[in-house]
Design a protein around this ligand. Structure first.
Ligand code: NAG
Ligand code: NAG
Ligand code: NAG
Ligand code: NAG
Ligand code: NAG
Length: 242
């Protein structure tokens, strides 16, 4: 699967930490050219240092529309795009502010819309777009009202784009994990009083490892999934059947 990605050019957003950070390293190891987008200079420098031959960095704050088109106009022709940047502000419904709402929708949907539209001319026919969504798109979790609404909207966008970009043989899919054990995931779910009730509904009785998300994205980017289009790969250990 990873062998397929040698010499492909793939742009990944949200590479400062977590899933995006791990994905960039795995793609570079496979011999792909990765364009890693993030906001933070120190993180970008660290990423480039892993493999300067394969990793190019691009500093961009996806919340700033004016920068997006201008900066992305400079990227080369692409074989793959991974929309991974996202925010999660977790609060009881009655405490969520208008600003929280706007931040969610600006980063989790508007930026995806904008980045994908800006990069469309750069995407080769036959390329693959992967969105990092969440099981929260289809299931409810306390404190996740705004976040879940953006992920549901994004799953809808994935399906619409799978239809509209089909004539160019561009495939659009998403991966929808439950809690992923990034640093943030570990920090937020280490309390058994919080994690216990959720784990009780996951037949495999654990959360998702970063590598498991990275492998699913690798599959969707590779030639092993050439007839998979408009789908959400649920990475949740059987949560939906429990
Ligand atoms: C993967 O698919 C692309 C596009 O159809 C093709 O150019 C390439 O040769 C394939 N790679 C492999 C390893 O089959
Ligand atoms: C994307 O950003 C550009 C400005 O760079 C703006 O003109 C365009 O309307 C935005 N598109 C969306 C869908 O937000
Ligand atoms: C890409 O696909 C579209 C739709 O089939 C076609 O019109 C266009 O010529 C193709 N572009 C290339 C570079 O093959
Ligand atoms: C999750 O963890 C991050 C630090 O990794 C922290 O900034 C954030 O406040 C935590 N959120 C919740 C809801 O615990
Ligand atoms: C269309 C779609 O599903 N986009 C997703 C891409 O990944 C980002 C980052 O998590 C999400 O914000 C979008 O849900």
């Amino acid at each position: 699967m990873w062998d397929d990605l040698k010499d492909k050019v793939i742009l990944v957003t949200g590479t400062g930490s977590g899933i995006g950070h791990a994905l960039v390293q795995e793609l570079a190891k496979a011999g792909a050219t990765v364009i890693a987008v993030a906001r933070n200079d120190a993180q970008l420098k660290e990423l480039a240092s892993y493999d300067p031959k394969h990793i190019q960095t691009l500093k961009l704050d996806l919340a700033h529309w004016d920068q997006v088109k201008e900066t992305l106009a400079k990227v080369p022709q692409l074989d793959g795009l991974v929309n991974n940047a996202g925010v999660a502000i977790i609060k009881p419904f009655e405490e969520l502010t208008e600003k929280d709402f706007d931040t969610h929708f600006n980063v989790n949907i508007k930026a995806v819309f904008n980045v994908t539209q800006a990069l469309l001319p750069k995407l080769r026919n036959g390329s693959s777009i992967v969105n990092v969504s969440s099981i929260a798109a289809s299931r409810s979790f306390a404190g996740h009202t705004a976040y879940s609404a953006t992920k549901a909207a994004l799953d809808s966008l994935t399906k619409s784009l799978a239809l509209e970009l089909g004539p160019r043989k561009i495939r659009v899919n998403s991966v929808n994990p439950t809690v992923v054990l990034t640093k943030m995931g570990r920090d937020n779910w280490s309390d058994p009083a919080k994690s216990g009730p959720l784990l009780a509904h996951i037949p495999l009785n654990r959360f998702c490892e970063v590598q498991e998300v990275v492998d699913a994205i690798g599959y969707l980017l590779s030639n092993k999934s050439t007839f998979v289009n408009g789908h959400h790969i649920l990475l949740e250990g059987g949560y939906a059947v429990s």
